[in-house]
Design a protein around this ligand. Structure first.
Ligand code: DAT
Ligand code: MG
Length: 149
């Protein structure tokens, strides 16, 4: 089953939106298979955002993600990678649709609350970077017949 990697960024934790953000994915029906609070090291931040290292905002992005704790999560379900990106909304919260996390709670592109993997291969890379295999829990959600035909 497909998995994706989600982070509640420092602004989401500081603004007490962890429950709200976790709740969006829970309510959709996806299965939580990993969850931990992390004070991110500079090394991990730079690896996570490696794809952006030539961008002008790379420095501020790294400083931001290490500035306060984050909540890292793994979610499982059919089509979860693309669906989670829709739940999160567009990168810039000002143009993100209302009803998305960023559209409902953010203003600034540098304070956009959530990270979500952008493709299945990215999710695999990010999950391996952030979680040990023993930290990811495979379990059978008993409600599954009521979510999947
Ligand atoms: P996303 O988080 O929607 O996948 P991304 O991968 O393009 O967006 O960029 C990673 C993060 O970098 C993004 O969440 C916020 C920041 N960022 C992106 N574009 C930016 C820009 N033009 N100016 C400042 N920060 C930016
Ligand atoms: Mg991205």
């Amino acid at each position: 089953m497909e998995r994706t990697f989600i982070i509640v960024k420092p602004d989401g934790v500081q603004r007490n939106l962890v429950g709200e953000i976790v709740g969006r994915f829970e309510a959709k029906g996806f299965t939580l298979v990993g969850l931990k609070m992390v004070k991110v090291s500079r090394e991990l931040a730079e690896k996570h955002y490696d794809v952006h290292k030539e961008r002008p905002f790379f420095g501020s992005l790294v400083e931001f993600i290490i500035s306060a704790p984050v909540v890292a999560m793994a979610w499982e379900g059919n089509g979860v990678v693309a669906a989670a990106r829709k739940i999160i909304g567009a990168t810039n919260p000002l143009t993100a649709e209302p009803g998305t996390i960023r559209g409902d709670y953010g203003i600034d592109i540098g304070r956009n609350l959530v990270h979500g993997s952008d493709a299945i291969e990215t999710a695999q890379r990010e999950l391996a970077l952030w979680f040990g295999s023993e930290e990811l829990v495979s379990w059978e959600q008993t409600v599954k017949p009521w979510l999947y035909e």
